[in-house]
Write a protein that binds this ligand. Sequence first.
Ligand SMILES: [Zn+2]
Length: 80
Amino acid sequence: MESENTSLLEDIRHNGKIAHLVKKSRKAYKCSECGLPTKAGEPYYIITHGGAGLRDIKFPDRVHVGDCLYSSMGFGKEEK
Ligand SMILES: [Zn+2]
């Protein structure tokens, strides 16, 4: 199975946050949203806050692709 996750967006901006895709995780990171580790070799998203500058980059939020990304970005929360 040759999958390079081309369907994933490289950058997503929403609610002043920026999610940046990391296509291949070098190691497992703890997901900031659900607390479970990401898997090495699988994609995940780094989330930074727009306007916060590079300060955020040192300890960015890392989240799973999918539900963790969406809830972390606030998708669906502002629309009721
Ligand atoms: Zn997660």
